[in-house]
Design a protein around this ligand. Structure first.
Ligand SMILES: [Zn+2]
Length: 231
């Protein structure tokens, strides 16, 4: 936070702070050139404190890199994109009373509005998964992610069955196109990945200290008290 204060100077050796008003170029005690505060590397104590906080955080609560793609964190958003793209594939073809081929998008837009549900599910899934930044957080959204991922497959199955049962009432000749089955497959696969999102809990290392259960969260949450001295 202090790094944001403009005009704050610091002696890199003794870490004494000076303001611009002090009109000093060198530390009066050490004779070392002063540097802007934000350019000074964290002190060994601060570094120790930070390392300590990371060590005290159970592995499943440690923050992952934004682009860490392991444990389904990359695969599931990728499948979601694929699921969205598959709405542009041919889903349905008709030969009577007229000949036409409809994509999933056209079906949802002009004929079967609730088919949008699957696309919305895919759409929400992407930020939902990307914003889970720890193994525990990923595991926590498994169920909801699986529901979103499986929406397309569920809807397609319902849609195919309803259409089949109505076939006798109207004179139509139609066939399901390959795109609808790809959508269905991607959706089912996505649901399978979603229920294992985050993977198994990481094994505890021997060096991991005994901790009261995870009160430690990522950046905003509570943190353990730091012992008065670190040796
Ligand atoms: Zn100094």
């Amino acid at each position: 936070m202090l790094g944001a204060v403009p005009g704050l100077l610091c002696c890199p050796f003794c870490r004494e702070l000076y303001t611009k008003d002090d009109a000093l170029e060198r530390c009066p005690d050490c004779g070392v050139d002063l540097v802007p505060f934000h350019e000074v590397a964290p002190s060994p104590e601060t570094q120790l404190e930070q390392d300590y906080l990371v060590e005290q955080t159970p592995p499943e609560w440690r923050q992952l890199a934004l682009w860490d793609w392991r444990r389904g964190r990359g695969l599931l958003p990728l499948l979601a994109l694929l699921g969205l793209v598959s709405y542009a594939l041919p889903w349905f073809s008709q030969s009577l009373p007229e000949t036409r081929v409809l994509t999933g998008y056209q079906l949802a837009r002009h004929h079967v509005g609730w088919l949008w549900g699957g696309a919305v599910g895919w759409f929400i899934l992407i930020p939902l998964v990307i914003t889970r930044r720890s193994i525990a957080a990923m595991r926590g959204v498994r169920m909801i992610a699986a529901i979103f991922a499986s929406l397309t497959a569920t809807e397609v199955l319902v849609f195919v069955n309803i259409t089949a049962s109505r076939q006798n009432q109207v004179i139509v000749q139609f066939a399901w196109e390959w795109g609808i089955w790809i959508s269905c497959f991607v959706s089912a696969l996505g649901a399978c990945i979603a229920v294992t999102l985050g993977g198994p809990l990481p094994a505890r290392q021997k060096s991991d200290p005994e901790l009261p259960e995870p009160t430690v969260v990522t950046s905003k949450g509570k943190r353990p008290k730091i012992p008065p001295t670190l040796h």
